[in-house]
Ligand binder design. Structure first.
Ligand SMILES: NC(=O)c1ccc[n+]([C@@H]2O[C@H](COP(=O)([O-])OP(=O)(O)OC[C@H]3O[C@@H](n4cnc5c(N)ncnc54)[C@H](OP(=O)(O)O)[C@@H]3O)[C@@H](O)[C@H]2O)c1
Length: 269
């Protein structure tokens, strides 16, 4: 089976290197193409460097890892070359199957990985159009399983799913950046040490909850004894943080809606 990756940016690069190391695929079965071919020089020992059309003619799975604005032109270019049985995979949550169908009516999957794939702990969202067969789904799940967990969602939930796994590392990093900065203004402990303490505790708390199947309430109850110090802090979070969390999702989901609208217009032209 030959796997092709079009677009060697943040996502394409991550997928190419991860598939090469984790899926242990031969160099001759891994194909890569990029608009600026010079960038592919570093990948020449793990993949065959192609142009988009040559890649689409040879690959059994074609990952299109380009930004929404470039998606239509790439699909137009590769559409006539794709093998009839190949699985087309796009990486953008705003480009719907209906938009893609206007350019090419082909079996297509959408995949949204998370940055945490870097340590093989992605929560990767997948969804499929009606043409994808069960054996294609199994192959894709197996491939993506090498970079973490695979979560299948209906297309209408891909937006929120992306917020929860693909955007979430950014949300989590910014929330704890604020907490570390505030802690720093109340202590002489160096910032570097504060960050390490908070990150290790955050990561261990997540693992503790997953391994022991604990709910948020249970953790809060275990740590925040009635009338104690932690309870003072958790009360502030529950009183003051909900409006910020609501506003965050209002803004990101609205931005997602506008991005999808713009992408839709570009597919009409
Ligand atoms: N970044 C994330 O965390 C993330 C997570 C989930 C999904 N996604 C989605 O994944 C997609 C890619 O995102 P990204 O962050 O990887 O973008 P990126 O870093 O900007 O990379 C895009 C790549 O596509 C290449 N490209 C553009 N037009 C091309 C064409 N006609 N033929 C071949 N290659 C072409 C660009 O080439 P040049 O070198 O010439 O610029 C660039 O290397 C987007 O749709 C994004 O929404 C991203």
């Amino acid at each position: 089976m030959k796997i092709g990756i079009i677009g060697y940016g943040s996502m394409g690069k991550m997928l190419l290197w991860k598939l090469s190391s984790n899926y242990k695929i031969d160099k001759s079965d891994l194909l890569v193409a990029n608009r600026t071919p010079d960038k592919l020089e570093e990948a020449k020992d793990i993949a065959v460097i192609c142009d988009n059309k040559a890649l689409a003619s040879a690959a059994d799975i074609v990952f299109v890892c380009v930004r929404p604005a470039d998606m239509k032109s790439v699909l137009q270019e590769i559409g006539p070359c794709l093998k009839s049985d190949a699985l087309l995979v796009t990486l953008n949550g705003s480009i719907t199957f209906d938009m893609i169908k206007k350019v090419i009516d082909h079996k297509t999957a959408k995949v949204i990985p998370s940055l945490t794939a870097e340590i093989d702990r992605s929560q990767t969202i997948v969804c499929f159009n009606g043409l994808v067969e069960d054996r294609d789904k199994d192959v894709l799940r197996e491939l993506l399983g090498t970079i973490g967990e695979v979560i299948e969602l209906p297309e209408k939930e891909v937006g929120m799913g992306s917020e929860l796994v693909s955007c979430m590392p950014g949300f989590i990093a910014s929330i704890f950046d604020v907490i570390c900065t505030s802690a720093g203004s109340h202590t002489d402990i160096p910032r570097e040490q504060i960050v390490k303490m908070v990150l290790n505790t955050m990561s261990a708390t997540g693992d503790l909850m997953l391994i022991k199947d604990l709910s948020f309430d249970e953790v809060v109850e275990r740590v925040a004894t009635k009338g104690g110090i932690t309870e003072e802090g958790t009360r502030v979070i529950y009183d003051m943080f909900p409006p910020a969390a609501d506003e965050m999702f209002n803004k990101t989901l609205e931005k997602r809606r506008l991005t999808a609208e713009n992408a839709g217009r570009s597919f009409e032209e």
